[in-house]
Unconditional design. Structure first.
Ligand SMILES: C[S@@+](CC[C@H](N)C(=O)[O-])C[C@H]1O[C@@H](n2cnc3c(N)ncnc32)[C@H](O)[C@@H]1O
Ligand SMILES: [Zn+2]
Length: 285
């Protein structure tokens, strides 16, 4: 089981009965559903940060159709069946996390998301994984405690990733390519941006690129509902004009496509690098 760090005082947390405790008397209950909220009120920017319930439900419904399975397969194909300490940052409702756990084992795995709706849904998928509500910017984990870190369609908190990854440990990142959801974006915007994810824009000299893989898939949406869920789980849900969003139903009957960029990076040991200031921002669906 992973060793967690008390978010109040940095002592180790000990798992006991219905929660996690530190020697200074801080205590964090484990919800019935099987996750623990380690996000302190003073570290929350809003009452319920991260994805809201509707986004979580939309993502669950869409991912359950398996359209993005080719990405999950590519992700899993690059993993060996060892049992490393691993962490999925911004795990959402755990669709990928649960598949990673089947490959790498659940006992040393952690899913972290700042949205309690997301973690609440994720925790139902696998009771043996450690599911946490926490920020990727302030992980309740000790330095160099992780051998693999996954960041899928979530902002890269470079400093904390570098901190918790062991030297030689691996960072696996997924973002979207310039062709991603092209029919949807053409329906939403007059001017479609040709942006392509590259973690190299955010990572610094503490990381070395191992590989970049492109994954393309195409499918026929089965319903208008599917298109609406797809829209609701992406930032286009916030970005696009309401009038444009109302028009996506007419995409039904046409093929949809996804384009992903999957990258693997290695964490250098500090002796190998001089860490400069790192920018922090990141990829999105
Ligand atoms: C686009 S979703 C991706 C979810 C999942 N990785 C997937 O691919 O299905 C981004 C996730 O990042 C979470 N998130 C946003 N800010 C975060 C933060 N500061 N720390 C951890 N998670 C965060 C959101 O709540 C949301 O679940
Ligand atoms: Zn404490």
């Amino acid at each position: 089981m992973p060793t967690l760090k008390c978010p109040s005082c940095d002592l180790p947390l000990i798992r006991r009965d219905h929660g996690w405790y530190c020697d200074n008397g801080h205590q964090f209950d484990r919800a019935k559903r099987g996750y623990t909220n380690l996000l302190l009120a003073q570290h929350r920017r809003s009452r319920s940060p991260g994805d809201d319930k509707a986004m979580v439900q939309a993502r669950s419904a869409f991912l359950a159709l398996g359209r993005y399975q080719p990405l999950a397969d590519a992700l899993l194909a690059g993993l060996e069946d060892e049992e490393p300490a691993w962490l999925d940052i911004g795990c959402g409702e755990g669709w990928y996390t649960e598949q990673i756990a089947r490959r790498l084992g659940a006992v040393n795995g952690i899913g972290v998301d700042i949205s309690k709706f997301a973690v609440d849904a994720a925790a139902r998928r696998n009771r043996r994984l450690t599911w946490l509500v926490a920020s990727g910017a302030r992980l309740p984990l000790f330095d160099a405690s992780q051998q693999k870190v996954f960041v899928l369609f979530t902002r890269l908190f470079v400093d904390d990733i570098a901190r918790v990854l062991q030297p030689g440990g691996e960072l696996v990142v997924a973002g979207t390519g310039e062709q991603h959801l092209m029919p949807l974006r053409e329906a939403l915007y007059d001017d479609v941006r040709q942006r392509r994810f590259d973690a190299g824009q955010f990572l610094d000299a503490r990381f070395e690129a191992i590989s970049t893989q492109e994954i393309h898939c195409q499918w026929q949406p089965e319903s208008v509902e599917e298109l609406r869920n797809l829209l609701a789980m992406t930032p286009h849900h916030w970005r696009a004009k309401p009038s444009a969003k109302a028009g996506i139903d007419r995409l039904f009957g046409q093929p949809m496509n996804a384009h992903f960029v999957l990258q693997r990076w290695r964490r250098f040991s500090d002796a190998e690098t001089v860490a400069p200031d790192s920018p922090a921002d990141g990829p999105h669906h």
